[in-house]
Design a protein around this ligand. Sequence first.
Ligand code: HEM
Length: 183
Amino acid sequence: MSDLVVSCGVLQDEQEAIMKGKEKCGEEQTLSWADTKKMPITSRVIQETLRVASILSFTFREAVADVEYEGQLHHNLWYLIPKGWKVLPLFRNIHHSPEIFPDPEKFDPSRFEVVPKPNTFMPFGNGTHSCPGNELAKLEIMVLLYHLTTKYRWSMAGTNSGIQYGPFALPQNGLPIRLIRKS
Ligand code: HEM
């Protein structure tokens, strides 16, 4: 989130450019559905935020049959997940793996200029029970960012103190921000 505050400048540039374009064409200056499809930088910032600290970093499954699973660190090791066992896949581990996302602690939206490989980026889960609110959630974040960056100036009120997992990701100390409405 604090990195999102830092990314505010680039987001603002992208969104203001869209609004200026509309002004030139004499179009109404409100955010439209078509505008949301022209915000690649904002989309990448949202993706990177979901990678670094999604609100949900795991899901639950139950093995419906015995599963043999090859260890990733020790390729000669096989694990048996017996039928009926509960499994908790931790997306956070995948999203913070340096083999998949180099320098994983760095907030770098440009890594999403390349589409991630299958099963490496799963903030909304995967398979039959993946999140049906996926597109709606991303759209809502985009609309919020649009209003925050075009209508307000905002900055962090305290010092960046990282993320706490309890188990849901939250900014430590609540991350207070200062908002000033643009005139
Ligand atoms: C940033 C916001 C959100 C995140 C990160 C998120 C993430 C997730 C994840 C990881 C799962 C579990 C998927 C799995 O087990 O494979 C899930 C399930 C679900 N989500 Fe979301 N979600 C978000 C927003 C929403 C919204 C806005 C809605 C509805 C409007 C929604 C509705 C659901 C439902 C109904 C399920 C259960 C699906 C099932 O079990 O079949 N989510 N979500």
